[in-house]
Each structure stands twice: as structure tokens, then as C-alpha cells.
Design a protein around this ligand. Structure first.
Ligand code: GLN
Length: 526
């Protein structure tokens, strides 16, 4: 069977959930098919690694060390695949390659043009990934909204693909917005019509339209959209506003999306949502409830910590527990009251000095009051600083990231990072193994002696301070295989005080929550 392609574009507004829609489509078709996602982003950064999380949401890190769009988090969580950095094609990568090829003389004698040279390069990349991975299906999500200058070349490339792969092997799904204006109380199709027109002007005729709406699309509006946009009424699908993103595959199935795709691409892969539905049901009808403080710097934007939020959702699904996340902006943490009546504290990853003193203070409270604590990356580093200052008596202990002149650099730059001058893609990135100590909390939670988690950092626990920290009772429960890098710490005498240099949230899945999150939530519950 030739590889089939589904492209997903968006119209009207950004933020309609194209990534979740694409991932949900993949989930529904994945029972019998090998599906891989490709995401095309129109920005000129090579990857989002150099962007502020305020700009772009979370930077997702893959096993291979790729820093990619946060939609890859949804793909991995919904599709159960381990993605590769090559599957995120940015205009930055495209232009980089075109320029190199031109200098090398690959286009000798030619004027290098957007069409065909740039579009060919985009298509070659997609076909190359398909050749290497041999999937049954590739889902190509085009970032942005139709009409944006940035994604024109990607749209043109996928338009041309219809000829290259044959029209029986590719379909175009367009996600739009169906408002119900206040006072009118009626679903309106005009934005969808206009956005489909924009797409048609580019030579793309959608096969399926998903209308994001706060209510199920009525038969009337489906007929109307069908008439104006030349799709089957049954190919107009509700993209319902839901409380929980994991409900989307269930809605799409109910709306007949899989049959539509089967018919159009001549494939068959019946969805099996039994277990998924049960887990979603646990999230919706929890039996217990906890409140966890999240001390972050980008707390105004939940997208910055998307994988952490999802890891907690996975725990909710398995423990039937509502987890309220109380976002605490630590730059304002002047007193302990913000941490009152919480069941646990999470200090997530982060960069730079702003807000770190507040986080250190929060960790001190958690340690002294025996409140369950989970530290992630920077969270581990700050827990070590807190322990060094307040237990080991090392006054002014700090990370050289926050205070280059600290008298006690308990956290210091990794040796291999010293010579690094370029910022993009140069951190310690991707999957690294750790050896866990028998009898430790983390060993029990993972149920393994060797684990692999993803990383994104430049600093580490300074080896010079390992002895004093350990003497005073800080347990290094996981180390790199050479024993040099501290990957996990814990305070065994407390209810739950665990931190890791890694980002276990990046590998949490609905079916298999990240063990550290699971252990943390259980500790908060009991
Ligand atoms: N800023 C810290 C470092 O670079 C922590 C990074 C993180 O939390 N991802 O090591």
C-alpha cells in the first residue's frame, strides 16, 4: 500500500487546536496503521529552542535531542510514537538548506526561486521522512492560519503533492471556527466559507472541514457549510470545545471522522477507544481532589508548562483524582501565604535568575513542613541550593547561572558547556540514561535500575560539593552511568521530596503516567 497523506490546515483564528485535532485524527487511525506526524512551522528560527516560552509555549524535547514545537507533545501522547526532530520542518531549516545548496552549486546556472526550489525542498523532505520511516500514513500539520504570509510555501508544497502522490492518496482537512455570536444564538458559517475560499484560491479543496464550536454543529449548519464549501455534509465535523483535550478523539469518532477518512483514502483502521474512554471518564468524574502549587516564572501562560499539565492529567486518569494546579508567580512570593493549604509543591524547569529566590523559599517551606515536593530540572538545582544554604550552612550558595560570584557554586556549568558560544541547540539535550539506587523512592517508582529521561540544561550539581551534600543527608538516588552527574535526588526521611535534572513530564502518556508524577500525586493524596 502506498503511504497515505493527510494535511491539516487551519483557518479564521489561531489557537483553535490544530495540533490536538491532528493528534486526535492520528489516534483514531492508529489501531492498524503506522502513523507519523510532520509539522511545518513558518517562522525563520531553525527551531523553537531559542524562543521565549511566552512567545511560543513549551519547547518540547525529543529523545534525539531535537527541540521542537509543543504540538509534538500532543503527537507523542496521542499517537504513542517517539518522534524525531526531522519531523518538525521550520522555514528556518528550509532556508538554511536552500542557502547551503545554492552556495554548493546545486542549482548552478539557475535562478533560485520559491517555486520550484523551495517547494521542492519541502516536498523532498516530507518524502525523505516517509522513505526512511515507511509509515502507512503521514499527517502533515501546517502551522499558522491560511492567509498568513509565513505558511504560503508550505501550502503550495502540499497542494503540489496531490499530483506527486495521486489524489487517492492524500486528503486535506481544514479546521475552522463556527461562532455563535451573543444575541444571535445561531451557529454562523461565514468565517468558515471565507477561510475555505482562501484555501481554494491556493488550489487546495478541503475534503473534510472541522468546525470548532462551543456546541455540536447542527444538521442545518453542516448542510450550509457543505453547500458553500463543496464537501459532503457528513464530512463537516464538529470540533467541540471540551474541558479536556483527551475528549477530542471521542467526539471525532462520534461525528464520523474515521469513516470519512477510510472512505476517502481507501484504508480501514477501526478505532478502539475503550480504555481511552475509561481514563477520560476518570478525569471527568474524580473521586478525590488535591491542590498543587506550581512555582514558575511563566505562570501566566499554561502553554509554557503544557507537558507538566498533561502529566497531571494522566495521573488524574489513573488515580481518579482532580488536581487543581495553583500557579504561583514566585517573583511575587513575599510571604508563605501563597503556599497555604496546598497538598504538594512543584518547581518546574526554567532559566535565569528572576523568581529563583522565591522558589528556593517555597522549597524550604516544603522541606520543613514535610509537604510533598517534586523538582524538575531547575527544580532540582534550586532544591540543592536550598539544602546547601539551610542544611549544610553554606551561606550564599547558588548556581553560577544566577550569581556568577557566589562563594559556593553548588550548581555550576557542565564542563562541555564552557566552550559553547552559540545558543541554538547547544544545551545538554535529549535522552540520557541514569542508574537508580536500589531501595530509593525513584527506584521503586520506576521499578527499574536503569532509566532514560529527556534533558534540556547547561548546569549541573557541582561535583566538588557532592561529599558535603551527601554527608548532610541528601540522597543522590540516580546518577549518570559514569557516576559523575546527579540525575535524581531525594530526602528519604520525608513523605516525598524528589527532584530530577531531567524532564520526565516529556514522556508521560495517558496510558503510562510519568512515574515521578504518579508517586508525587499519591503522596499528596495520602
Ligand atoms: N537553567 C538551568 C540549566 O540550564 C535549568 C534548565 C531547565 O530547567 N530546563 O541548567
Amino acid at each position: 500500500m502506498p503511504t497515505k497523506y493527510i494535511t491539516v490546515t487551519g483557518g479564521v483564528l489561531s489557537g483553535l487546536g490544530k495540533g490536538i485535532a491532528a493528534a486526535s485524527i492520528g489516534h483514531l487511525l492508529s489501531s492498524k496503521l503506522k502513523i507519523i506526524p510532520i509539522k511545518c512551522d513558518g517562522y525563520l528560527n531553525v527551531d523553537p529552542g531559542t524562543m521565549n516560552p511566552f512567545e511560543h509555549g513549551e519547547v518540547f524535547v525529543l529523545d534525539d535531542g531535537g527541540e521542537v514545537d509543543m504540538d509534538f507533545g500532543h503527537y507523542e501522547r496521542f499517537l504513542g510514537v517517539t518522534c524525531k526532530s526531522q519531523w518538525n520542518l521550520t522555514m528556518g531549516k528550509v532556508f538554511d538548506r536552500v542557502r547551503k545548496k545554492e552556495r554548493r552549486g546545486d542549482y548552478l546556472g539557475k535562478t533560485v526561486q520559491y517555486i520550484p526550489h523551495v517547494t521542492d525542498l519541502i516536498k523532498d523532505h516530507i518524502f525523505q521522512v516517509a522513505r526512511e520511516e515507511r509509515p502507512d500514513m503521514v499527517i502533515i500539520e501546517i502551522g499558522g492560519t491560511v492567509g498568513d504570509i509565513e505558511n504560503e510555501l508550505f501550502l503550495e508544497a502540499v497542494r503540489q503533492m496531490r499530483e506527486d502522490v495521486g489524489k487517492q492518496n492524500i486528503i486535506y482537512i481544514h479546521l475552522t471556527y463556527v461562532p455563535i455570536p451573543h444575541g444571535v444564538n445561531e451557529q454562523k458559517s461565514k468565517p468558515t466559507q471565507q477561510s475555505v475560499n482562501l484555501l481554494k484560491q491556493r488550489g487546495i479543496f478541503p475534503d473534510i472541514i472541522i468546525g470548532r464550536c462551543k456546541a455540536f454543529l447542527t444538521p442545518e449548519i453542516k448542510t450550509k457549510i457543505s453547500n458553500f464549501c463543496d464537501v459532503d455534509p457528513s464530512a463537516v465535523i464538529t470540533g467541540l470545545d471540551v474541558q479536556d483535550i483527551y475528549e477530542i478523539p471521542i467526539i471525532f469518532e462520534q461525528e464520523g471522522l474515521p469513516e470519512n477518512i477510510h472512505k476517502k483514502l481507501n484504508i480501514y483502521s477501526p478505532p478502539d477507544l475503550r480504555r481511552w474512554k475509561k481514563l477520560v471518564d476518570n478525569i471527568r468524574n474524580p473521586h478525590q481532589e488535591i491542590t498543587v502549587a506550581m512555582c514558575g516564572k511563566y505562570t501566566k501562560l499554561e502553554d509554557s508548562y503544557a507537558s507538566i499539565v498533561e502529566s497531571f492529567n494522566h495521573c488524574s486518569a489513573h488515580l481518579s483524582c482532580k488536581i487543581n494546579l495553583r500557579w504561583v508567580e514566585t517573583t511575587d512570593l513575599k510571604d508563605a501565604s501563597l503556599l497555604e493549604s496546598i497538598d504538594g509543591l512543584v518547581v518546574p524547569g526554567g532559566f535565569g535568575a528572576r523568581g529563583t529566590e522565591g522558589k528556593i523559599e517555597a522549597i524550604r517551606l516544603a522541606r520543613e513542613q514535610n509537604i510533598p515536593f517534586l523538582g524538575l530540572c531547575l527544580g532540582l538545582q534550586l532544591a540543592v541550593i536550598e539544602f546547601a544554604r539551610n542544611v549544610c550552612g553554606l551561606r550564599g550558595a547558588n548556581s553560577t547561572e544566577m550569581d556568577p560570584d557566589t562563594p559556593h557554586p553548588v550548581i555550576d556549568i557542565l564542563p562541555e558547556q564552557r566552550a559553547v558560544t552559540e545558543k541554538g541547540g547547544t544545551m545538554r539535550l535529549g535522552a540520557y540514561p541514569a542508574i537508580l539506587q536500589e531501595g530509593s523512592v525513584v527506584h521503586a517508582l520506576y521499578g527499574a535500575s536503569k532509566v532514560s529521561e529527556r534533558h534540556r540544561h547547561r548546569y549541573e550539581v557541582n561535583p566538588e560539593y557532592h561529599p558535603v551534600l551527601q554527608e548532610k543527608g541528601l540522597c543522590f538516588s540516580g546518577l549518570s552511568p559514569d557516576g559523575k552527574l546527579v540525575e535524581f535526588i531525594e530526602l528519604p526521611q520525608l513523605k516525598f521530596f524528589v527532584a530530577t535534572q531531567a524532564h520526565p513530564e516529556l514522556k508521560s502518556r495517558m496510558e503510562t503516567p510519568a512515574p515521578l508524577f504518579y508517586g508525587f500525586v499519591k503522596a499528596c493524596l495520602y
